[in-house]
Design a protein around this ligand. Structure first.
Ligand code: APR
Length: 258
């Protein structure tokens, strides 16, 4: 797929340059070129696996070993992946100007790793870190007392070998948001506050099929923001796009933000 016309990129670039405040919303597509499957695309996770068996609290209650086996596999897969040019361009751009808030639906840690690679110092890396709407693949949370911890290797041979809570002894679970669960309140508040005052909204690699996350783009649009969408395929947010850049994130985002 060839890159969008230079004029289209220049126009979108102009909208970003004149915006004092920008909200960026990313989805699985931004990590596709790093080798992480999306959810609904060809070969997507929900094409290969049944979400209802793996990504709901009921599934975890029914068979925590199976759920952990799957998340342990995803952790290993993601740990072998690297940030791609889209992650790096976003992190560099966020380090080079104020007023950008990054909101991600992704549970991988590639945005943070990119920030760590390109940021000049820890403060700049922290500024380029995303607001996580759907949690993190590399953190655990106690299913009983909510104690949180950095996740490690998981032995999913039996329930007894699964991670247990150091505080209450309960079963730990991946600290990701499963279907039917509430999103972390502070993350939602921060994301929608940024969207409500944005003058531009950059959407990269999401179908925009899942709410409330997709509401970030709609809220920015309603606040008068110019909406820029980067995606090789059609998305459910296309109707609100002011600039629609058809292409892969790893190719288009560096052109747009470089
Ligand atoms: N560059 C940019 N976008 C891409 C690329 C790429 N290289 N490859 C695929 N895409 C696009 C697809 O066209 C699609 O629009 O990425 C999008 C991926 O959409 P989904 O698979 O639906 O993923 P996402 O929108 O992030 O899903 C939202 O749903 O399953 C839940 O919690 C999960 O966070 C996830 C949420």
């Amino acid at each position: 797929m060839s890159a969008p016309p230079a004029a289209a990129i220049a126009a979108a670039k102009g909208a970003l340059a004149k915006a004092l405040r920008v909200v960026v919303l990313t989805g699985a597509g931004v990590s596709a070129e790093s080798g992480i499957p999306t959810f609904r695309g060809p070969g997507g996770l929900w094409k290969q696996f049944r979400a209802e068996d793996l990504a709901t609290p009921i599934a975890f209650g029914r068979d925590p070993r199976l759920v952990w086996e799957w998340y342990a596999w995803r952790r290993e897969e993601v740990a072998q992946c690297r940030p791609n040019p889209a992650h790096l361009a976003l992190a560099r751009w966020m380090g080079s100007r104020p007023g950008v808030t990054l909101v991600s639906q992704n549970v991988d840690d590639l945005h943070e790793r990119a920030a760590g690679e390109v940021a000049r110092d820890a403060e700049a890396a922290a500024r380029a870190a995303p607001i996580r709407l759907h949690g993190s693949l590399f953190h655990d949370r106690c299913a009983r007392c909510d104690h949180r911890a950095r996740g490690g290797a998981v032995d999913a041979t039996s329930v007894a070998t699964l991670p247990h809570c150091p505080a209450c002894g309960g079963l730990m679970r991946p600290d990701v948001v499963w279907f039917g669960e509430m999103l972390p309140v502070r993350a939602v508040e921060a994301a929608f506050a940024a969207a409500g005052e944005a003058e531009a909204c950059l959407v990269v690699g999401t179908t925009g099929a899942v709410y409330p996350a997709a509401g970030v783009a709609h809220t920015a649009k309603a606040a008068g923001a110019a909406v820029i969408i980067v995606d090789p395929g059609a998305t459910e947010l296309d109707a609100i796009a002011d600039f629609r850049l058809q292409g892969k994130a790893g190719e288009v985002v560096p052109l747009l933000l470089g």
